[in-house]
Design a protein around this ligand. Structure first.
Ligand SMILES: [Zn+2]
Ligand SMILES: [Zn+2]
Length: 159
């Protein structure tokens, strides 16, 4: 019954039905969208928020290998690599900073994702801080590019 019920859903954006229409959002419910509308939404938001890091495959529940954080290809510093609620990925600094030291567009926070059937958190998502301005001393997690020592130089070189 569950599978059949999904087929009758329609995309909230284009109002079409189809096999790709499903509930979207990682950790947070964003909406019921078809694959095409979801990609448009997620790509636009990724560009706006700077969540343009390559995706990392989800480790399976049996994957116990310690995860090595990737390094920034511009400055070589280790970065945190996190999924967003819209399934695009972002490189964040490994530690928090007071909000006054981070430009508004680069402030993120990490939220744990509760499991569907358990209270045990199943993952972490990165959420861009928006809306209410944090107090100057509130800790936020900067996007790596905001603290990268060579981001601007690298971007100029790339044109
Ligand atoms: Zn659609
Ligand atoms: Zn860097």
């Amino acid at each position: 019954m569950g599978e059949m019920g999904d087929i009758s859903r329609i995309c909230q954006s284009c109002q079409a039905g189809g096999p790709t229409v499903r509930e979207r959002g990682r950790g947070r419910r964003i909406g019921v969208l078809c694959g095409t509308c979801w990609d448009i939404y997620a790509n636009r938001r990724a560009l706006e928020e700077g969540a343009t890091a390559p995706a990392r495959a989800d480790p399976g529940p049996d994957d116990v290998d310690p995860y090595e954080p990737p390094a920034c290809r511009h400055c070589g510093a280790l970065v945190g690599h996190y999924p967003t609620t819209y399934d695009r990925w972002v490189h964040l600094a490994l530690g928090d900073l007071p909000a006054r030291d981070v430009a508004p567009g680069h402030r993120w926070r990490l939220e744990t994702v509760p499991g569907r059937h358990t209270r045990v958190p199943v993952g972490i998502v990165a959420v861009r801080v928006r809306g209410i301005e944090p107090l100057p001393g509130d800790l936020v997690r900067p996007a790596h590019r905001a603290v990268c020592l060579s981001w601007d130089a690298a971007r100029e070189a790339e044109g």
